[in-house]
Structures are given as structure tokens and as C-alpha cells.
Design a protein around this ligand. Structure first.
Ligand SMILES: *[C@@H]1O[C@H](CO)[C@@H](O)[C@H](O)[C@H]1NC(C)=O
Ligand SMILES: *[C@@H]1O[C@H](CO)[C@@H](O)[C@H](O)[C@H]1NC(C)=O
Ligand SMILES: *[C@@H]1O[C@H](CO)[C@@H](O)[C@H](O)[C@H]1NC(C)=O
Ligand SMILES: *[C@@H]1O[C@H](CO)[C@@H](O)[C@H](O)[C@H]1NC(C)=O
Ligand SMILES: *[C@@H]1O[C@H](CO)[C@@H](O)[C@H](O)[C@H]1NC(C)=O
Length: 754
């Protein structure tokens, strides 16, 4: 895909998890919406409770869940909620949370450019695909060129979904690309009752997953080219669960419930709770909905969150979810600073200004333009109110940004208000993620590159400069790099499961937008663009959803865990310099940054071996993390009658569930053994795999057996991995286990952590 840019600005309110959770009905201000989760039993279980709520209050019930799992959402007082929590058959009752979209946190990034992954010719051979990708997001803008259905076959016969009518969206907006569109009653904004996307985010992620090929895509002429989703032959089922205010947990659960009944194959969620307000597993709508979706054979792909680079920030980290981190791509948007004497200083950013190409504009350092009352440090950083208009007017202002809380866009406002005509922001924070500044000439320079600028400022009494027009640079190296905003492991849910699982492009991704004139994200003096460039793990997630759809088309009988395993074990850990992938600060990336690595597109179609994680694995997991058998029996209806929690269930055993990666929490033991089982899904029933271990120093890793011979009667084989720790000065440490034959390489990362 080729690119452009834009400012995005969602009105996303502070997400207070569980607080102010619901709407108030009829002035009874102590009432709010609660979710009553009743596990996997058939929907009639909740009928009596629903009836009792309705008796008390006619419109008290907001949603009923009855297809994939049971329960309901209702307006209740705290006392009523507590009372219901005690009833038989109720797993959990929790205030309806407000989740947020996983676009970048400061809403003012921009400037990389995506091409939807690399070697993707393969799925042209599968245009008969009838894979259905469900998108839980802000709805869809059906007129966007990415949603044309010219190359699509007839509706999949098993499709049972619907295209809901509203004033600005009806069945004529659905086609063979958008085969279904639902929206959910929304107490936060009751004017927004339509599947139409008024924000853009939902259209963006949907087109990244399954948009058709559009040949003349660009963002206002920047980086023109063709735009195409990861699985152009897949169709889309739209579930609008988010408004301008965020995404309600009760609506997310309703969408999961519908999607299970409608017959989707893949679900893609680019939203979640913030890392600091993460819920327990049994009151996490995404974990609950995804569990039942996976039980129904649906692969669930979610964004990891944008709370990086701090560790322990990954969300959507239940083991049945495929959790996606974000990386850069090989394009950059640059706006250089030009000093007299033809001295060019490299800068990042997108702007559409018309400054002359000659360095004729006066330049001033914020520190030299301080108002009498502001201190030097504030003026150096261009904080609000710190600049003296008479010293700034008509000039390009240089602002420092070390350890600063104000974003580039906020400083632009300060400079503009003081009469400045351009801004240079010196900072290292946003690194590879450049931003869009609309009509105002601005650029971001890192502190190392800024040295000659400061020398120049010191050397002359009348410094001048100009900011050059934005150019897009392709084949940028190194790429990918893990974006600094991408949420990191280890998982706080359980550090015996490695999260995130995989990484994919999430920086300045070009994809469909709303085309709504006058929207806030349209740069001054421009018409709305049908494409937008935005960043976030939100954008990474649908890339993987597209790959998952292609794997499913090629292998229709595969379980969600087989699809996930294929995607993980075929990931790459190298960048386009054939060197190990780094983060955008230049440090070596680890599996806590990118899971198994950067997603590839053709490998996962034929992975050779897969790690299948069974229902029993997931139920054991629930035992290990401390749920009791009676709760687990409610959650899973397919529970074999013989199922019992393993004796001595403890969180350490989580390492033993059959996951495509390995994470072990080490204490003072010296030796750890885990078991894994692989299934041969290769072309040949007879296949001999040998092993390769890359172990960190101080750790001995033994595989038993260290060769796997598959035959026409044996397509599943188990092996043990024993980690012997001789000496470990620091943890976590990382390594890989690889099974190979002539055709396939099946690689799993492992981590030992304390
Ligand atoms: C659907 O909307 C279009 C455009 O607003 C309108 O022309 C058409 O009559 C509507 N169709 C139905 C079935 O309501
Ligand atoms: C730059 O020039 C173009 C063409 O003359 C004009 O349309 C546009 O508004 C100008 N932009 C700014 C920021 O002045
Ligand atoms: C510029 O001058 C200031 C004040 O004399 C000094 O602190 C700073 O180090 C100088 N910067 C450079 C890059 O020479
Ligand atoms: C199982 O756990 C639930 C939730 O913590 C609790 O209410 C219930 O009493 C427990 N049941 C048993 C049999 O221990
Ligand atoms: C499996 O392969 C062996 C040896 O190649 C062959 O003799 C046998 O008939 C095969 N069995 C099946 C069930 O295909």
C-alpha cells in the first residue's frame, strides 16, 4: 500500500475502568449497566433472571447473550448486582467497562507508510475463498473504494448474519465484500445508531484486513500507489461496538454472541482496556467473548495495546487470543530543516505548508524568546505561555523536548499562538513514528542530529532556516522495528504464557477512511481523503487477521490454535538488513516486544507442523490460574464429565499447556521440564524433523527426543524440553527451539523469567 497522512483526533474520554460504567436510567443515578456472565450454558439459563430484571424495570435489560454463551447486560443498582452475583449459574457480575481503540495514544502521530506485508502473491490462487472476517470496531464507511465487491464470489452459504437498517445505512450498503453490518444500542451517544463509521478507525482496520485492491491510493499525493488488504478475497462482517466515547464491554459481548451465530471465521479486535485498568479474566469482556468464539472454531486476533515501551503492559493476553504487537515498515516521511550554506538536518514529519526552499526565515531558540515571567527551561521546551510573541513573531521556533509531557502538536499550538511560522522539535521520544502537522510547517529532529543546529544558533546573531517539503522515503532501513508505543510483555495475567504472540506493521498504515467532509482529521484547506495514515497496534492487528483468513482459506478444517501456531512458528526475527529486529530505540528486540517475531504471509499457509492447544489445555489453564471446578463447569459446556482440575494446580503448570511458545517462571529450582505436542500438517505423511536449539548462556536446553519421525500412522508426536540452569546473572533470558526438515522451519521462542 502506498501512503499519505492525517491527523486523527478521537474524542476518547478518560477510560475509568468500571467507574461511571453505565448510563443512568430515569434519573436513578445509582443504577448503571452491569454485565451478568453465565458461562457457556444454553441461553435459557438466564431467562428467569432476565424476567426478574424486566419485572422491576421494563427496559432494564440492555443485551441478552444466548448464542455462543449466556448472560445479559442490565441496568441495576449495586445491591441488585450483588444479589444476582450470588445466584446459581452466575459466573461473574461486573460494571460495564468502557474500552478504547488502540490507535496511538497521543493521536498526533503519523508518517510511516505501509505496504500490506511482503510476499503476498500466493493468495491470488485462492480467490474462491469464502472466509469471513468479523470486525468489532467503529463501523464502516461502505462507499470507500476499498469495499468494492467486483472480484468477490457469491455470499458464503453458511452466512447467517444481517445488514441492519438505520437512517444512513441500509441493506443497499452491504454487498459481497461487506456481507453484514450490525450496531449495538449505545447509551453513551444515542444519536449514533447506525453501522456507519463516523470516525474512520473501523473502516481503516477493515480495509487493512480485507480491502480490495485500489490502484490510485495516496494521502494527498504522498507516496502514491495501490492499496490492498491482507486477504482481499475475504468478506467482511461489521460489528459496530464503539462510538466517539469508546467501546462498551456489554456491546462487545453482544457482538461476539452474534458473530458466533452469524458464522464468521476470524474476529479482529483493535481495542482493549488500558494496561493500568485491566480486569480479572472473568470480568474481561474480550477474554470471555474470545473464549467462546474460539470454542466455536473462530480465530480471535487482538491488538496488544499502545502502552509501551514499559514492560507488563500487554493486554488482550488470554491464551486463546492471538495478541499482536506493532512494528514500523520500510517507509519514512521526512521534512528536513535547511540552514544557510546548504546544510541539511534530517527531520521527520508530514506537513503541507508552502515555505520557500531558501533558508530565509528567522530562527529562534525557545529559550531566547522567553517571556519575563517564564523560566528558561519552560521556554526552551515551548510550554504554553512561556514564549514572548514579540520575539517569536514571523520566526521558526526551535523547541526542546527532552523528558517532556507536551506533544509536538501541543507545542505547535503554543508557537502558532505566539505568532511563530514554523517549528522544529528536538526530541528522541517518538523515534520512528513521525507525525502529521497539517498545514503548519513542523519537523522533529533527534537530539544527535540537532547538534549542528545548536552550534549554528550559537555562532550567529541572525540565524535563518527553512523547513523543506515532506518527502516519502521508501526502502527505509532498518525495518521492521518494534514501535515504542507497542505494549510489552510479560503478561500480567500469567507470565507462564509468552505475550504478545506476534508483531505486524502498525506505524503509518495507509488504509480506508470515512471521506467525511469537514471532519477534524482533514487538514486545513484540503478535501477529505478516502485514505488515511494512522498508527497503533490497532493497525497491526488486522494485518494478522488477514493472514489468518488466508491460512483458513487454504486449510478450512484447521482449528484456531492451528492457525495461530502456523502464524507464530513461521514468523521472522530478522529485518531488511538481515540483522536481528531491533526496537525503534535501537536495542535488540526480544519476544516480550514481538512475541514469535514479525508476521510473514506465505509461510503460515504451509507451516509443516502445528502446536494445537486443546480445550482441555484451556480448561487446565483456568484451573492453574485459580478458578474452581464449579466455575469452570459453568464456563465450558463441552467439558468432558471426567474433567477435573489437575492435582496440585498452580500457576507454574501454565507453562505446560500446548502453546507455540514457551515461558517459564523460574524460582530457585535448577531444572524445568515442559512437554509439547506437534501435529504434522505437511504435504508428506512421512516426515523426519530434526531440532535446533538456540540457548542463552548459562542455560542448557535438551530436547527429548531430538528428532521427530512422522509416518502414515503417526501424525502427532510429543517431546520434552528440559532447561537446566547452571548460572543466570539476569533474567529474563530468551532463546528458540526450531524443528526443521527440507521443506519447513517451525520455530518457537522461549523465555525464562523470574
Ligand atoms: C437505502 O438508502 C438509500 C440511500 O439513502 C435509499 O436510496 C434506499 O431507498 C434505501 N433502501 C431501503 C430499502 O431503505
Ligand atoms: C500552498 O499552496 C497551495 C497552492 O498554491 C494552496 O492551495 C495551499 O492552500 C497553500 N498552503 C498553505 C498552507 O498556505
Ligand atoms: C551554545 O551556547 C550555550 C551557552 O553558551 C552552551 O551552553 C551550549 O553548550 C552551546 N551549544 C553548542 C552546541 O555549542
Ligand atoms: C468457586 O469460586 C467462586 C468464585 O470465586 C465461589 O463463589 C464459589 O463458592 C466457589 N465454589 C466452590 C465449590 O468452592
Ligand atoms: C503406510 O506406509 C507403509 C510403508 O510405506 C505401507 O506399507 C502401509 O500400507 C501404509 N499404511 C497406510 C494405512 O497407508
Amino acid at each position: 500500500m502506498e501512503g499519505g497522512y492525517a491527523i486523527i483526533r478521537f474524542v476518547v474520554l478518560l477510560v475509568l475502568f468500571g467507574i461511571g460504567g453505565g448510563s443512568e436510567a430515569g434519573g436513578e443515578s445509582d443504577e448503571k449497566v452491569y454485565i451478568v456472565y453465565m458461562g457457556g450454558a444454553d441461553g435459557s439459563l438466564g431467562n428467569e433472571l432476565v424476567a426478574s430484571v424486566t419485572r422491576r424495570k421494563e427496559n432494564g435489560v440492555v443485551h441478552k447473550y444466548k448464542h455462543g454463551f449466556s448472560g445479559f447486560a442490565a441496568r441495576l443498582s449495586k445491591e441488585q448486582a450483588a444479589e444476582i452475583a450470588m445466584k446459581e449459574g452466575v459466573v461473574s457480575v461486573f460494571a460495564d467497562p468502557l474500552l478504547k481503540l488502540h490507535t496511538t495514544r497521543s493521536w498526533d502521530f503519523l508518517t510511516y507508510q505501509t505496504q500490506v506485508i511482503i510476499d503476498d502473491d500466493d493468495h491470488h490462487h485462492h480467490s474462491s475463498s469464502d472466509t469471513i472476517i468479523g470486525i468489532l470496531d467503529t463501523g464502516i464507511w461502505p462507499e470507500a473504494p476499498s469495499f468494492g465487491d467486483k472480484d468477490m464470489g457469491p455470499l458464503p452459504s453458511r452466512w447467517k448474519g444481517t445488514c441492519m437498517n438505520s437512517q444512513d445505512f441500509n441493506s443497499s450498503n452491504c454487498n459481497r465484500k461487506i456481507i453484514g453490518a450490525r450496531f449495538y444500542a449505545n447509551d453513551d451517544d444515542d444519536t449514533d445508531s447506525s453501522a456507519r463509521d463516523s470516525i474512520g478507525h473501523g473502516s481503516h482496520v477493515a480495509s487493512t484486513a480485507a480491502g480490495c485492491s485500489v490502484s490510485d491510493a495516496s494521502y494527498y499525493g504522498l507516496a502514491p500507489g495501490s492499496a490492498k488488504g491482507g486477504s482481499p478475497s475475504s468478506s467482511l462482517a461489521v460489528y459496530k461496538v464503539c462510538s466517539n466515547f469508546g467501546c462498551r464491554g456489554s456491546a462487545i459481548l453482544a457482538a461476539f454472541d452474534d458473530a458466533i451465530a452469524d458464522g464468521v471465521d476470524i474476529l479482529s479486535l483493535s481495542l482493549g482496556s488500558p494496561a493500568t485498568f485491566r480486569p480479572q479474566l472473568t470480568s474481561d469482556p474480550i477474554a470471555i467473548g474470545a473464549f467462546h468464539a474460539v470454542q466455536s472454531g473462530i480465530t480471535v486476533v487482538c491488538s496488544a495495546g499502545n502502552d509501551g515501551p514499559a514492560s507488563n503492559t500487554v493486554v488482550n493476553d488470554a491464551p486463546w487470543i492471538l495478541t499482536v504487537a506493532a512494528t514500523t515498515i520500510d517507509r519514512d516521511f521526512q521534512s528536513h530543516l535547511l540552514l544557510p550554506g546548504n546544510k541539511v538536518i534530517k527531520g521527520q514529519g508530514i506537513h503541507f505548508s508552502n515555505l520557500s526552499t531558501s533558508p530565509q526565515y528567522p530562527l529562534v531558540y525557545g529559550e531566547s524568546a522567553t517571556t519575563g515571567s517564564a523560566n528558561l527551561a519552560e521556554a526552551r521546551l515551548c510550554h504554553p505561555g512561556s514564549l514572548d510573541g514579540s520575539k517569536v513573531k514571523g520566526k521558526i521556533v526551535v523547541c526542546d523536548g527532552k523528558n517532556d509531557v507536551y506533544s509536538t502538536s501541543e507545542k505547535i499550538e503554543t508557537v502558532k499562538e505566539s505568532g511563530g511560522i514554523g517549528m522544529v522539535h528536538v526530541q528522541d521520544q517518538s523515534r520512528a513514528v513521525a507525525s502529521s502537522y497539517g498545514a503548519f510547517p513542523a519537523t522533529v529532529i533527534n537530539s544527535k542530529d540537532a547538534l549542528p543546529l545548536f552550534q549554528y544558533l550559537n555562532s550567529t546573531s541572525k540565524p535563518t532556516a527553512t523547513i523543506l517539503a515532506t518527502v516519502s522515503v521508501s526502502n527505509y532501513k532498518p525495518a521492521p522495528q518494534v514501535a515504542y508505543f507497542s505494549s510489552r510483555g510479560p503478561s500480567t495475567l500469567s507470565n507462564n504464557i509468552l505475550k504478545p504472540d506476534i508483531a505486524a506493521p502498525g506505524v503509518e498504515i495507509l488504509a480506508a477512511w470515512t471521506g467525511k467532509e469537514g471532519a477534524e482529521d482533514v487538514p486545513e484547506g484540503k478535501k477529505a481523503s478516502p485514505f488515511n495514515l494512522i498508527s497503533g497496534t490497532s493497525m497491526a492487528c488486522p494485518h494478522v487477521s488477514g493472514v489468518a483468513a488466508n491460512v483458513k482459506s487454504r486449510n478450512p478444517t484447521w482449528t484456531p490454535s492451528a492457525i495461530k501456531s502456523a502464524i507464530m512458528t513461521c514468523a521472522t526475527q530478522n529485518n531488511n538488513l538481515k540483522a536481528p529486529i531491533t526496537t525503534d530505540s535501537g536495542s535488540l528486540a526480544t519476544p516480550y516486544d514481538y512475541g514469535a517475531g514479525e508476521v510473514t504471509t506465505s509461510g503460515p499457509l504451509q507451516p509443516g507442523l502445528v502446536y494445537e492447544t486443546t480445550t482441555t489445555d484451556y480448561l487446565n489453564y483456568l484451573c492453574y490460574i485459580g478458578l474452581n471446578l464449579s466455575t469452570i463447569k459453568l464456563i465450558s459446556t463441552t467439558l468432558p464429565s471426567t474433567f477435573a482440575c489437575p492435582k496440585d494446580s498452580s500457576s507454574d503448570h501454565v507453562s505446560n499447556i500446548n502453546y507455540p511458545s514457551i515461558s517459564i517462571h523460574i524460582s530457585n529450582l535448577k531444572t524445568y521440564t515442559v512437554t509439547r505436542t506437534v501435529t504434522n500438517v505437511g504435504e508428506d505423511e512421512e516426515a523426519l524433523y530434526s531440532s535446533l536449539v538456540d540457548a542463552p548462556s548459562g542455560v542448557d536446553v535438551k530436547l527429548n527426543p531430538d528428532k521427530l519421525q512422522f509416518t502414515n500412522t503417526t501424525n502427532k508426536l510429543s517431546y520434552e524440553v528440559t532447561f537446566s540452569i547452571a548460572s543466570l546473572n539476569e533474567a529474563p533470558v530468551f532463546g528458540t527451539i526450531t524443528w526443521t526438515n527440507a521443506k519447513h522451519t517451525v520455530q518457537s521462542p522461549f523465555v525464562l523469567t523470574n
